[in-house]
Design a protein around this ligand. Structure first.
Ligand code: BGC
Length: 338
């Protein structure tokens, strides 16, 4: 594994942003300091052709000006928190609301919009961030580290953190995958090892129900193309496609996706209890890397995480991070061909 870095651009304040490239055999990944963002992930297809399977941009300005959290590390809490409110140790906290009345992906200036401190640590890319006490309303100073590595045939993303006060924490990576490297993801095949999902209300917040996937558009226990049932029922229609959390039974692999066109297979392994499938329903037309055209259904996200709004559903796996306790979570996106 080798790591190199190049100046990528500058923040409006003049701070330099670097693009780091990790290479291992025929795989490589670019990560930028802004948002500790995964900018490219190049894997071979069945004929050995290098294929970039994630969306990204060529400039810092495009990352700053475009919405959608493309490739970013998301925190302190990925996904939504109802009205930005929660109670911890008897105290009510109010977070920034940036998605109608609700809190989404860490608030107005989440971790995706911060410039991280990145280092090469023994061939792995260690990304550090300090999130101060009160950041977007969250209690406790949180020290966070995300380590990207290319190993075991995939991209491993290892999250570690600790806070000086009890807080809540639920990081994810918001990579937008397209195994073809271009075009639409409609015909790519997806399998998710989940018997249940958490249906949404009109604001895309979980209603609290754990619903069996059988007979719904959410049944990915066997392979289905992404588009096949993306307009089938009330769980997808109002959202323009999939934007929902699955309750994982098996985490290794939790999900599997393949393209019939180029034979690329991606398997997602995670220590997290859930995964949000998002099919880029809100992605407006825009230009991406090397002049690529992105828009609706250009990509899918498989955001491994705790369930949305879980702090307000105490019966679900907990996102509470106690003071001084180390948070540790890993997701690996593995690749092969068929
Ligand atoms: C959310 C979507 C949101 C998207 C882009 C996803 O993780 O579930 O509702 O629109 O991120 O911001």
């Amino acid at each position: 594994m080798s790591i190199s870095k190049k100046l990528f651009g500058k923040m409006p304040c003049g701070k330099e942003v670097y693009c780091w490239t990790i290479t291992n055999g025929n795989m490589s990944a670019d990560i930028i300091d802004y948002g500790a963002t995964l900018r490219s992930l190049i894997v071979p297809d069945k004929n050995g052709n290098p294929t970039d399977v994630v969306l990204g941009y060529d400039t810092v300005e495009e990352y700053i000006n475009n919405d959608g959290y493309i490739g970013a590390t998301v925190g302190r809490f990925a996904n939504r928190i109802c009205k930005g409110k929660f109670t911890l140790n008897g105290k009510e906290y109010t977070l920034a609301t940036n998605d109608g009345p609700n809190h989404l992906h860490g608030g107005n200036i989440g971790y995706d919009k911060m410039v991280w401190d990145i280092k090469d640590e023994d061939g792995e890319l260690a990304c550090y961030l300090t999130s101060p006490d009160g950041d977007e309303g969250y209690p406790g100073t949180l020290e966070m580290k995300v380590t990207y590595a290319l190993k075991d045939g995939g991209l491993s993303i290892h999250y570690e953190a600790a806070s000086d006060k009890d807080t809540i924490f639920n990081p994810t990576n918001h990579a937008y995958f397209n195994l073809d490297g271009e075009g639409k993801i409609n015909e790519q095949y997806l399998k998710i090892n989940a018997d249940y999902f958490t249906p949404n209300d009109a604001d895309c917040l979980p209603t609290g129900e754990l619903k069996a996937v059988e007979g719904t558009s959410m049944d990915f226990k066997d392979f289905h193309t992404i588009a096949e049932r993306a307009d089938m029922d009330e769980y997808v229609k109002p959202y323009g496609g999939y934007d929902v959390n699955f309750v994982l039974n098996v985490k290794s692999p939790a999900c599997e996706v393949y393209s019939d066109k180029n034979g690329i297979v991606m398997q997602v392994e995670t220590t997290e209890p859930g995964v949000q499938l998002y099919t880029g329903n809100g992605t407006s037309d825009r230009l991406g890397k090397n002049g690529a055209q992105y828009g609706w259904r250009s990509a899918f996200c498989l955001e491994t995480q705790h369930y949305p709004d879980c702090i307000n559903h105490p019966e679900w796996p907990s996102c509470i991070l106690k003071a001084g306790i180390k948070f540790d979570s890993t997701t690996v996106y593995k690749f092969k061909t068929k």
